[in-house]
Design a protein around this ligand. Structure first.
Ligand code: TEU
Length: 577
């Protein structure tokens, strides 16, 4: 029996500010734009808004490269706009959490500018600086052979002080050195206390398992002989002091409360950690670390795993039983443990779920959206939605070329593929990576929100920073608000239904029916004597419906159902009470 806590039952809604709503026509979403849409978000049945970074930033990684934690990027607005937003959320009965990005700063942050100014600077050790190595021919080499997330080495040479600095992401995102107590104190005061004192209700904690590293930075074994960099998460992920650091951070947070007097909520981003026992170390209640984490097995479906994450965009076929095993693994995670789990299939770092997991073909995309909605609402754990998911937004059209993609990660993988194809190392790589990007690039989630059928989808009166989807006249919020059969109205009523039946949906135990069936995903939820059965057709063909004993239909994603047959991409839920 899991303790009942408000955030377990809450629905979270992620806003990516650049792409949500632009109030001043400069083509960038902004905080006044978001402010104007608070009634819309509240009308969905959302409890907590998670706002992705709106801090001062040169925007090399869309704000995950912060140059000042205590300022808002001018393109988004001001600190006063955040204060107004906090109040607007609270007045609508919603909480607001911000992104806490403290594994790294921007190279434009004053801390890094000082750190790089000289070896004697007092902030030198706030980042990881290491001398070069030299090969037999006296050629300069980085301190270790690590590959970073965005293709390329994790080390960049600094001419001025003649040393390398570490960055797991782009060279403009140097990693902070959490080993330094003065650095940690500065992080707490600037990134954490500054915003908690303004009344936010918690944090989504970026890259939460990378603050502690093996700081001798040994070379990684060579798993990809074609590359001079190698995946090395064992040396910079889940490091030896990670739990000590998180506990210290959480202690700072516990000085504060939510606006209605409850405990703050934290959700950590836990990449590269597939082991349930390791995840439990972060979220077990008795550990007093994080409330919950995003574990990413589900969004890895389709990502290539070959020799490490350099194959992320080299699409790998997957089957429905693979998806079921992943869902089962994280649904049963809470059984017999004091940990909690999260339910999601989209965020700003992934392609749209309809395009990846079901079908975005014109004849099936609405049904796919509703079926995936049932997949989400019937699962145990805290539910997270990403902006636009509730209107069934889909990936950018296949015809778009690489020039329409903006993300540093997509562009770096593309450049690398071009190089490896042209020098003959991997002749078909370009085509394969483009295929992977069309399905899984982070860009798809960053297309402007489709508000209505007016120019630029009602997102902005000016030219948007990212191209608007060609289909915005067919897929937009305004059209769906007026239509009882729309994806939007379906989401609203399903979020209500989830709460009405929260025993079985939020807290119930999970069991797969026919785990090896490749066409339908059927699962049973139980809570004491209550049972629910979800039956989801993941194909464009008729499929047999599961046999029912003592169950009655609660909802179907189709207006008319046939007891024995699931229609294409139909989803249904039955209950016994
Ligand atoms: O992502 C962290 C991360 O390590 C990956 O899980 C993520 O999939 C990313 O897309 C790399 O492939 C967080 C943010 O969510 C992401 O947007 C940032 O780029 C990253 O941190 C760096 O701050």
């Amino acid at each position: 029996e899991h303790e009942r806590i408000w955030w377990k039952e809450a629905v979270f809604y992620q806003v990516y500010p650049a792409s949500f709503c632009d109030s001043n026509g400069n083509g960038w979403g902004d905080l006044p734009g978001l402010f104007s849409k608070i009634p819309y978000i509240a009308s969905l049945g959302v409890d907590v808004v998670w706002l992705s970074p709106m801090f001062e930033s040169p925007q090399i990684d869309m704000g995950y490269d912060i140059s000042n934690y205590e300022a808002v990027n001018p393109s988004y607005g001001s600190v006063a706009d955040v204060e107004a937003l906090i109040k607007a959320c609270h007045d609508s009965g919603m909480k607001l959490i911000l992104d806490l990005v403290v594994n790294h700063t921007s190279d434009q942050h004053a801390w890094f500018k000082e750190s790089r100014s000289s070896k004697e600077n007092e902030k030198r050790h706030w980042y990881f600086w290491r001398p070069a190595r030299y090969d037999e021919e006296r050629r300069r080499m980085p301190p270790s052979n690590y590959r970073g997330y965005f293709a390329g080495s994790t080390w960049t040479w600094d001419e001025h002080t003649q040393e390398y600095y570490l960055h797991l992401y782009s060279p403009s995102q140097p990693d902070l050195n959490w080993e330094s107590p003065t650095c940690r104190r500065a992080i707490y005061d600037s990134a954490v206390r500054f915003w908690l004192a303004k009344g936010i209700d918690g944090f989504r904690v970026d890259t939460v398992n990378k603050y502690s590293k093996h700081i001798s930075f040994p070379d990684a074994p060579i798993t990809d002989p074609t590359s001079d960099t190698q995946p090395a998460p064992q040396f910079w992920c889940n490091g030896p002091r990670i739990h000590e650091f998180i506990r210290e951070l959480v202690d700072v947070m516990s000085e504060y409360r939510t606006y209605d007097g409850k405990e703050l909520v934290t959700v950590g981003e836990l990449s590269l950690t597939p082991e349930p026992e390791k995840v439990l170390e972060y979220v077990g209640r008795e550990r007093e670390e994080l409330d919950m984490v995003f574990q990413f097995d589900i969004t890895h479906l389709g990502q290539g795993t070959g020799s490490g994450f350099q194959d992320k965009y080299d699409f790998a076929e997957w089957t429905l039983p693979d998806m079921k095993r992943i869902v089962k693994k994280w649904q049963s995670f809470i059984e017999g443990t004091d940990g909690w789990t999260t339910v999601f299939n989209e965020n700003h770092d992934n392609g749209r779920s309809i395009s990846r997991f079901a079908s975005d073909a014109p004849e099936w995309r609405v049904q796919s959206a509703k079926m995936l909605c049932l997949w989400l609402v019937a699962q145990t754990g805290t539910l997270f939605l990403y902006q636009g998911q509730e209107i069934g937004m889909i990936n950018a059209p296949r015809e778009w070329g690489i020039e329409d993609y903006k993300d540093v990660e997509a562009l770096n993988f593309w450049d690398e593929a071009v190089k490896l194809a042209e020098d003959g190392t991997d002749p078909t790589r370009k085509e394969r990576i483009m295929h992977g990007l069309r399905l899984m690039a982070r860009d798809h989630a960053r297309l402007p929100f489709q508000w209505d059928s007016s120019e630029h989808a009602g997102f902005s009166s000016g030219k948007p920073w990212m191209r608007v989807h060609d289909l915005y006249k067919q897929i937009n919020a305004e059209a769906q608000e007026a239509d009882g059969d729309s994806v939007l109205e379906f989401y609203k009523s399903m979020l209500k239904m989830r709460k009405e039946h929260k025993d079985v949906f939020v807290y119930g135990t999970f069991e797969l029916v026919e785990p090896e069936d490749v066409s339908t995903f059927v699962f049973r939820k139980r809570y004491q004597d209550k049972t629910a059965l979800a039956a989801l057709n993941f194909t464009a063909f008729l499929q047999p419906a599961p046999p029912l004993v003592d169950l009655k239909l609660l909802v179907s994603s189709y207006p008319k159902t046939n007891p024995d047959t699931l229609q294409p991409f139909e989803g249904r839920i039955y209950i016994n009470y």
